[in-house]
Design a protein. Structure first.
Length: 450
């Protein structure tokens, strides 16, 4: 509205000026170079206006040709350069995801020539170096990222991952502790300092960082309990090395309190009670935790504790313990008490039911003993042969990689996943070996998981 008023005012001024010049044309005589020119003042003024208009057009045209056009050409060139740089960058990431390191490096170099900023290129080159197995080169790019305030966290995260990969957890912990000062609420960083302290076997420091993570609400309750259970168990193991059994027992009880299904702590506390020869405490412990972890060790201990009872009483006690559970070890316990009561058919039935889900060597030998008592000589040989070739067993196995271990440990050697190793049924060792090989093959072709 205001612009319209201004334009109307502008045209009114021109109109009045035109009317005034028409009424007051005046007369001008100009002599120049032997010529005499007679004209009106209005004509001169209009000629000057027209000349100024033509001059403005010419100046604008010259400016567009010699100033704006080169700028537009330069701007268009810069846009094409930026677009090509981004295209090469994405092609580099795609090639890396496909496992083509050579092509990924080629595109990374091309994008570096076209793009002014280097942060994303450094990230791509770091990932290329990791896949190519050049740890030192990867560290160089991550250090460059760490120096930039916008990519400091990303760069240091990469350096931490490389330090872990190079088996230098002390270096990784130093970087993580420095980074935690300015990123106290980072979920990933809070868990990382706990993990790194555990790798260094600095369990008190791990406990301190766990308390810090809880105070910053950077860890959920389930994860907090899992970490606490592991830390208390590891502290108990240290106490056992010092022969401080009472302290170890207390720490193991704390561990189980935070994770009632944590097998390493359950096995260790069971062993302590066996060592102390406290039947009452041991029976109470087994009754409390049998449903969480039915196993042969608990079963044998319970049988030894009740062996002084009459067979009928033993059957009653075992039935009270296992209740409606149909796991192989509960059924094995029942079979043992039936055997003590000379109920061979009942024992065989319970054992057959157990072996439907788990045919371990000890179970096969137990069945051979029953067959022997029943006078079935051929069946005895049959079960002894099956025991020799029995491939099923319970043991420590990593859930994600399938790797089998002789004992529990904090991290899986293949995946580096925390508390990934559990006490499970291992059906076929060859099958698990294939699973492990497949997992390692896939990981060798993938980007490092930050």
């Amino acid at each position: 509205m205001i612009k319209l008023i201004i334009w109307l005012a502008y045209f009114l001024v021109i109109a009045f000026a035109g009317i005034w010049l028409f009424d007051n044309q005046g007369h001008i005589t100009l002599q120049w170079l032997g010529y005499q020119i007679d004209t009106s003042v209005a004509f001169v003024i209009l000629s000057l206006i027209f000349l100024g208009f033509i001059t403005a057009i010419l100046v604008s045209l010259i400016r567009n040709i010699f100033v704006k056009l080169p700028n537009k050409i330069q701007q268009k060139s810069a846009q094409n350069k930026l677009a090509n740089g981004h295209q090469y960058l994405m092609q580099g990431f795609n090639a890396l995801a496909a496992g083509d390191v050579k092509k990924a490096k080629k595109f990374a170099d091309k994008s570096a020539k076209l793009l002014q900023y280097n942060n994303i290129i450094n990230l791509l080159k770091a990932q290329i170096a990791i896949v190519a197995g050049n740890s030192g080169e990867a560290e160089t790019y991550y250090k460059a990222l760490a120096k930039n305030k916008d990519t400091k966290f990303l760069g240091n995260k990469g350096l931490i991952s490389q330090a872990i990969k190079n088996d230098t957890p002390n270096k990784a912990l130093e970087i993580a502790e420095d980074l935690l000062i300015t990123n106290q609420k980072s979920d990933w960083l809070n868990e990382s300092v706990i993990d790194l302290a555990l790798r260094q076997e600095e369990y008190n420091k791990a406990s301190k960082y766990l308390a810090h993570a809880k105070s910053k609400r950077s860890i959920n309750k389930q994860k907090y309990n899992e970490y606490t259970a592991v830390i208390k168990y590891l502290q108990a193991k240290n106490a056992l090395k010092k022969q401080a059994d009472l302290e170890a027992a207390s720490l193991l009880q704390e561990s189980i309190k935070h994770n009632t299904k944590f097998a390493p702590a359950l096995f260790e506390l069971h062993n302590l009670y066996v060592k102390a020869a406290d039947k009452k405490q041991l029976n109470k412990f087994i009754k409390t935790h049998w449903a969480s972890l039915p196993n042969m060790n608990f079963a044998n201990s319970y049988l030894q504790n009740i062996e002084d009872n009459k067979p009928a009483k033993q059957i009653k006690l075992v039935s009270s313990l296992v209740k409606e559970l149909d796991d192989p070890f509960s059924l094995w316990l029942k079979a043992k008490t039936y055997l003590a009561a000379n109920k061979l058919d009942d024992a065989k039935q319970a054992l057959n039911q157990a072996m439907q889900s788990f045919e371990g060597a000890e179970f096969c030998l137990f069945m051979a003993d029953i067959e022997k008592l029943q006078g079935n000589v051929q069946s005895v040989k049959h079960w002894q042969d099956r025991a020799a070739f029995a491939n099923n067993k319970y043991g420590w196995q990593a859930q994600n990689s399938g790797k089998i271990y002789d004992s529990w440990q904090v991290f899986c050697n293949v995946t580096n996943i925390f508390n990934d190793i559990g006490w499970v049924l291992i059906n076929n060792t060859n099958q698990q070996s294939n699973l492990l090989q497949n997992h390692m093959s896939k990981n060798s072709k993938m980007l490092e998981n930050f």
